[in-house]
Design a protein. Structure first.
Lengths: 113, 117
């Protein structure tokens, strides 16, 4: 069975500094992986996705993630945090045969001025 | 293009009362999902529809929860009777799955927050 583990429930950074949100996955085959973002009282929005093409995936708002099979990781990064990046971030794995999305527990990103 | 629309946004009821949530997906999206999101947790799938057919309802507590998607467009999720533990956000999402490789991109509504007193 597929699963994802987000290693930090809460991450706090200063505006202008790098962001790192960590995610490890478990899958018996090459997975499809995603990062979704949820701003307060808003719907979840897809940030980026990995589907076995390039291992470095670029998403919206300057975010990117690198798929590392040897480490079973799919960490989300951004070179410079902005106040508007403060939100809840979810790492997600997809079951290829059903398309069912399995969400991690989420990481709350706080950005301090 | 309009996004996924859910109503009501907020609902407060007493336990044992019924409640219903409505979802209008993005036009042309034939796959519709209902997710449950408890506080501090990731969303969990309740039910998935392909057009009007429920193709995955294994996580739906069928003793008190029901859902329908008549005509393969709008959907309603009902809880009867509600319990204290049902307090959560109920998310609706849709996707334009066409039968090819699944892209995994879902478009979510803003959710319906239920508080059961």
């Amino acid at each position: 069975a597929q699963s994802v583990t987000q290693l930090d429930s809460h991450v706090s950074v200063s505006e202008g500094t790098p962001v790192l949100l960590r995610c490890n996955y478990s899958s018996s085959y090459s997975p499809s992986l995603f990062w979704y973002v949820q701003h307060p009282n808003k719907g979840l929005q897809l940030l980026l996705k990995y589907t076995s093409a390039a291992t470095l995936v670029k998403g919206i708002n300057g975010f990117e993630a690198e798929f590392k099979k040897s480490e079973t990781s799919f960490h989300l990064t951004k070179p410079s945090a902005h106040m508007s990046d403060a939100a809840e971030y979810f790492c997600v794995v997809s079951e290829s045969n059903t398309g069912k999305l399995i969400f991690g527990q989420g990481t709350t990103l706080q950005v301090k001025p | 293009e309009a996004g996924v629309v859910q109503s009501p946004r907020y609902k407060i009821i007493e336990k044992k009362q019924p409640v219903a949530f409505w979802c209008n997906p993005i036009s042309g999206h034939n796959t519709l999902y209902w997710y449950l999101q408890n506080l501090g947790q990731g969303p969990e799938l309740l039910i998935r529809y392909e057009n009007e057919e429920a193709v995955d309802d294994s996580q739906l507590p069928k003793d008190r929860f029901s859902a329908e998607r008549l005509k393969g467009v709008d959907s309603t999720l009902k809880i009867q009777p509600a319990e204290l533990g049902d307090s959560a956000v109920y998310l609706c999402a849709s996707s334009p799955r066409t039968g090819g490789p699944y892209t995994g991109e879902l478009f979510f509504g803003e959710g319906s927050r239920l508080t059961v007193l």
